[in-house]
Design a binder for this molecule. Structure first.
Ligand code: HEC
Length: 169
């Protein structure tokens, strides 16, 4: 085979692979399209939920630790983390769609969430409200003051209270 023909052949194969790849992506995308109440929409919401909580957990760790004796307050870190958790918490509502009630082992979210929707939504809203307060108090206090600790405790309590009721141990 001449090197020119070989190059052309390689280009054709590459183009074919690209087309197949793009086709595969399109098909996968169509299957994941948020069909209302569809299984895949629910799975996607549950995956997002776990990812968001994972980020909430890792960002809140060093902030929650400020409630321990002898903790050192670092304004840059505390502010960055608190603002992130505040933003992430706002993403949670849509990740608890009805279709995302998958049951174990896919999720640790208890089915009670969907049978006690009003109570769950109230807990989620309180958590979000307490985070807005924490952002404001932190901006004002910029230190381990009493008002800061009170606002932080409220958020930490929300994590525990919701997990006690609505997360599988
Ligand atoms: C309104 C209820 C609620 C609040 C408030 C809440 N959580 Fe959760 N959390 C859940 C539920 C439900 C799950 C299980 C999600 C799943 O598996 O689908 C969860 C899961 C998690 C996970 C496990 C993520 C994973 O899959 O690895 C972490 C970490 C976490 N939460 C941290 C926190 C922290 C930290 C706070 C407070 C700053 C908090 N949560 C506040 C309900 C809540």
């Amino acid at each position: 085979m001449s090197s020119q023909r070989f190059t052309r052949l390689r280009a054709a194969v590459a183009a074919l692979v690209l087309c197949l790849g793009a086709g595969g992506t399109l098909i996968a995308h169509a299957q994941n399209a948020p069909a209302p109440g569809g299984v895949n929409a629910g799975r996607q919401a549950a995956e997002e939920r776990k990812a968001v909580f994972k980020l909430i957990g890792s960002n809140f760790r060093s902030v929650g630790a400020l409630l321990k004796d002898g903790a050192q307050y670092d304004a840059a870190n505390a502010t960055k983390r608190i603002e992130r958790v505040n933003f992430l918490a706002g993403l949670l509502n849509e990740t608890f769609s009805d279709a995302s009630n998958l049951g174990e082992p896919d999720t640790k979210a208890k089915p009670d969430i969907w049978t006690h929707r009003e109570d769950f939504d109230k807990k989620l809203k309180e958590f979000q409200d307490h985070l807005v307060t924490l952002v404001a108090v932190n901006d004002k206090e910029k230190g381990l003051t009493e008002p800061f600790k009170v606002a932080l405790s409220a958020v930490a309590q929300d994590c525990k209270s919701c997990h006690d009721s609505y997360r599988v141990k």
